[in-house]
Design a binder for this molecule. Structure first.
Ligand code: GDP
Ligand code: GDP
Length: 439
């Protein structure tokens, strides 16, 4: 499992600047998906060969007592409780603030590993800038500059070092579990995840169900459906009560992210009766970044009139355009409408994600695509594509070889992507295309 680094600190200390620095360079292939990168709070980072997840609690109010601020404060506290390591960002130019001390008290009580990052330290004397933050009682402060990148690598290495040695990385991500398909059903609170899980499990044989040992553990539910074995990884905070599973915990960002990472295929549940929210888009963006096979279940479709249904569909298509590779199902967890098809799409999406794409067929498809539409000239350069091979699975990575490929435009890349997608029927999986220049 990838460790989760949680960024906390009062407003304006530079958390989101640090978040962007930690996450932006990781995967240039997904960085330019429109609608995905703005205002994210969850992302993937990597230092050397050590991958990690980052959560920015920015905007969450760490101390408020009621109202929406209270809810944000609760989310921050939960993120701290579930973090593998917390990076507490303070402002080296503003100096130690009263709110910093209060956050430090919370962190020491939470008992999670925590480091202090003294930001905006560029051009300041590192020894001097850290000194006053010793008082926070969280060890040696780390001077950094989030905007310039200074000290950031050392900070993250120190943070990850608190966790002991990194586990060996699995090349295929989460794609193991031989004949068991690991499915995560995710979505924000109240979209109907537990209702859906109960509807699914009501008809199936539940083979095993582990109660979690600690609040940080996720639970797994193994079951069979139409002769196939599945493992459902919980995100909703399910507990078993008699024959039914019910949600007793509130939404957990970190469990959601971890279960997406661990899954072979993800079902993103949306609520047809609510507008698509930023939180929906953030979770969706994280799924795409993770490269997971994806199926969308738009829930609570029962009892909506045709006019509303049409409006919901148009709205979803517009706002979630970056998910157009996935199949959308309009379902009702309450009545069972459409759930069967969701499972068929889950299977199909995973099959697409792990498909074998032999070099001759890929190259043929490439040549056909180019014959239909040449890549546009870029100044004096005319990109020339020669052949393609599969560079990875789950999600499929198609590597294209040729000359002047650095001049391929984004729109042409999207054209190729949809051409490959159609040719190889890769619905339900993100698809990555990489251009290599042969020498
Ligand atoms: P957040 O509210 O904690 O997420 O803070 P932001 O990341 O939005 O940053 C707040 C302000 O501090 C912005 O104007 C940033 O440009 C600035 N800032 C962030 N990091 C640095 C840094 O390393 N050095 C300096 N001088 N300014 C920074
Ligand atoms: P979770 O927080 O995502 O696990 O959501 P729940 O499964 O607890 O459902 C939240 C609320 O939505 C409950 O009141 C459910 O009865 C209701 N609900 C769930 N699925 C449906 C559905 O398909 N149709 C309708 N009308 N209500 C639903």
């Amino acid at each position: 499992m990838k460790p989760t680094v949680v960024l906390v600190g009062r407003p304006n200390v530079g958390k989101s600047t640090l978040f962007n620095r930690l996450t932006k360079t990781r995967d240039a292939l997904v960085a330019d998906i429109p609608g995905l990168t703005r205002d994210r709070h969850y992302g993937h980072g990597r230092i050397g060969d050590r991958p990690f997840l980052v959560v920015d609690t920015g905007g969450f109010e760490p101390l408020a007592k009621d109202g929406i601020m209270h809810e944000m404060a609760r989310q921050t506290e939960q993120a701290i409780a579930e973090a593998d390591v917390v990076v507490f960002v303070v402002d080296g130019r503003a100096g130690l603030a009263a709110l910093d001390k209060e956050i430090a008290v919370k962190l020491r009580r939470a008992g999670r590993p925590a480091l202090v990052a003294v930001n905006k330290a560029e051009g300041l004397n590192p020894g001097v800038v850290g000194a006053e933050f010793h008082e926070l009682g969280l060890g040696e402060p780390h001077p950094i500059s989030a905007t310039h990148g200074e000290g950031v690598r050392a900070l993250v290495e120190a943070a990850l070092d608190t966790l002991g040695p990194a586990p060996a990385e699995d090349e295929e991500g989460a794609a193991v579990a031989d004949d068991v398909l690991k499915v995560a059903i995710v979505g924000r609170p109240n979209v109907g995840k537990s209702t859906m899980i109960n509807a699914l499990l009501g008809e199936e044989r539940v083979i095993a169900f582990d109660q979690p040992g600690t609040t940080r553990d996720a639970i797994d539910i193994d079951f069979e459906r139409a002769g196939r074995k599945y493992r459902l990884t919980d995100t909703a905070g399910l507990r078993r009560k008699g024959k039914v599973f019910e949600t007793i915990e509130k939404f957990s960002v970190i469990k959601t992210l971890q279960s997406i990472e661990e899954a072979n295929a993800v079902v993103l549940v949306l609520d047809a009766r609510q507008e698509v929210s930023d939180q929906d888009a953030h979770i969706a963006g994280f799924i795409v970044e993770s490269g997971r096979a994806l199926t969308i279940a738009v829930n609570k479709w029962d009892g909506l009139d045709p006019y509303v249904r049409e409006r919901v569909k148009v709205d979803l298509e517009r706002k979630l355009k970056f998910l157009d590779f996935a199949r959308f199902h309009y379902v009702s967890a309450l009545t069972g409408l459409g759930l069967e098809q969701v499972f068929r799409s889950v299977d199909a999406a995973y099959k697409a994600a792990t498909a074998n794409l032999p070099t001759p067929q890929l190259t043929r498809a490439l040549i056909d695509a180019v014959a239909r539409q040449q890549p546009p000239r870029h100044g004096v350069f005319r990109p020339k594509m020669r052949y393609a091979h599969q560079g990875g699975r789950n999600p499929p990575l198609i590597v294209i070889h040729g000359n002047a490929l650095e001049h391929i435009s984004d729109s042409y890349r999207r054209y190729l992507e949809s051409y490959f997608r159609e040719t190889f029927r890769l619905q339900g999986t993100p698809l990555r295309i990489q251009f290599n220049v042969s020498h």
